[in-house]
Design a protein around this ligand. Structure first.
Ligand SMILES: Cc1ncc(COP(=O)(O)O)c(C=O)c1O
Length: 426
């Protein structure tokens, strides 16, 4: 009989094969064995309510029977072709029908790749080099995206700080960094540099920080004024905030957007979508070699991912799906507020019902620096107790799913109460 491995054994094996003992994504001291509906289990059989949901894709919960059925139907027909296939074409049609800015689309395997192409595409379209991003904004792992993602040292805007080794200064020199939600700063930066900037990339909800009223509208106007390509990174918000994403929710249409997570239904798939006259730079026959962006990816448009994504989106289109998701999130946000307030703990619950977290501060959280200045030690302690109480979440985000049941809410309420008490007395 095969010996059952304990979690400690798996952790030791991981340390032997991975730098820092893990995939690089998440705490390597937990190894997940399986997931079903709203729950996951670790290799020791401990059960958790899952608020990580694979870092966002598993919006329907784990092992949704209709998604499994769609995947099982596709599997014997072929796992990947590299060539155009019907599943990928249909998924593209569904996305274009849903997302306001999407006229044409290309697939990739990860959100970070989509963001990299979006920035390159803005450069090709405008013939300019500079990219503007907001401090703390996350857009994957490209050299550009690694600028001022999570700087420990606060520098003067608009200077970019690399968050990774191995990035040449040449990249840094072409990046401009601005604080999120600061229109005055943005406007003055654009007066000086507006005509040099190819693209402005922004998460419409930056990590968990909402845009202030009219911020995105004003960003849209400023981009129009200077001919800057506005890129919404909707890798997280796409098909989560609403079926049309944050651009539908906030009523601001970018020129390009990037999508990932939900559209692959738990499989590797992402997309860049947007205006045809910009996306045309992927068509060499029309723009010519000098203006063309080559784009290749072995798994782009993978049919298994496409059918999983399509089925996930079909479920999300059903009556009441987003009402339930939002209600689930609001209920959880309310629990955090209730218990932390009862213990007299200064905090803010920041975000959108579909994606939020607690920040231990008395300030309104408007940008990255406000989160940095919050009591992050308290946050870490809070998350440790939540984990011990059966809550599985990322250190900076809580993602509700549609799979949450009454028992999950009851257990979560108790867990938050215990965690709030624990940090009140620590
Ligand atoms: C806003 C945002 N953009 C891009 C990415 C990168 O996506 P991926 O991990 O699929 O490369 C992420 C991942 O979490 C994200 O949150």
């Amino acid at each position: 009989m095969e010996k059952i491995q304990t979690q400690a054994e798996w952790i030791a094996r991981a340390k032997a094969v991975f730098p820092a003992g893990g995939f690089g994504n998440f705490d390597p001291n937990i190894v997940i064995h399986d997931g079903k509906g709203s729950r996951v289990w670790d290799e020791n059989g401990n059960e958790y309510i899952d608020y990580l949901i694979g870092s966002g894709p598993m919006l329907l919960g784990h092992g949704h029977p209709e998604v499994i059925e769609a995947v099982l139907e596709q599997l014997p027909k072929g796992m990947t072709f590299f060539a155009n296939n019907a599943a990928g074409i249909e998924l593209a049609e569904d996305i274009i029908a849903a997302v306001p800015c999407a006229e044409h689309l290309r697939f990739l395997s990860s959100g970070g790749e989509a963001d990299m192409y979006a920035m390159r595409l803005a450069r090709a379209f405008t013939g300019r080099d500079k990219i503007l991003k907001f401090e703390g904004g996350y857009h994957g792992m490209s050299a550009e995206a690694q600028m001022s993602l999570a700087p420990a040292q606060m520098s003067n805007f608009p200077q970019a700080i690399p968050d990774s080794a191995g990035i040449p200064d040449a990249v840094r020199n072409e990046m401009l960094i601005a604080p999120f939600n600061d229109l005055d700063f943005l406007r003055s930066l654009l007066v000086e540099h507006g005509h040099e900037i190819a693209g402005l990339i922004v998460e419409p909800l930056q990590r968990i920080i909402p845009p202030e009223p009219d911020f995105l509208e004003a960003v849209r106007e400023e981009c129009n004024k200077y001919g800057i390509v506005l890129i919404f990174d909707e890798v997280v918000t796409g098909f989560r905030f609403s079926y049309g994403g944050a651009q539908e929710t906030y009523g601001v249409t970018p020129d390009l957007c990037t999508l990932g997570k939900v559209i692959g239904g738990g499989f590797p798939l992402a997309a860049i979508a947007g205006r045809k006259d910009i996306m045309v730079h992927f068509d060499q026959a029309i723009v010519g070699s000098d203006q063309w962006l080559m784009m290749l990816g072995t798994l782009s448009g993978n049919p298994i991912a496409a059918v999983a994504g399509m089925k996930t989106m079909e479920v999300l289109r059903r009556d009441g799906a987003y009402d339930t998701l939002n209600a689930n999130g609001e209920r959880l946000m309310g629990m955090f507020k209730k218990h932390l307030t009862a213990e007299g703990i200064v905090h803010q619950v920041v975000g959108h019902p579909t994606l939020f977290d607690v920040v231990f501060t008395d300030q309104t959280v408007r940008d990255y620096r406000h989160v940095q200045q919050s009591d992050t030690n308290r946050n870490a302690k809070f998350n440790v107790v939540l984990r011990a109480e059966g809550i599985f979440k990322s250190p900076g985000k809580t993602y509700p799913s549609l799979a949450l049941m009454e028992a999950d809410f009851e257990q979560t309420d108790r867990a938050i109460s215990v965690a709030a008490k624990a940090i009140a007395y620590s």
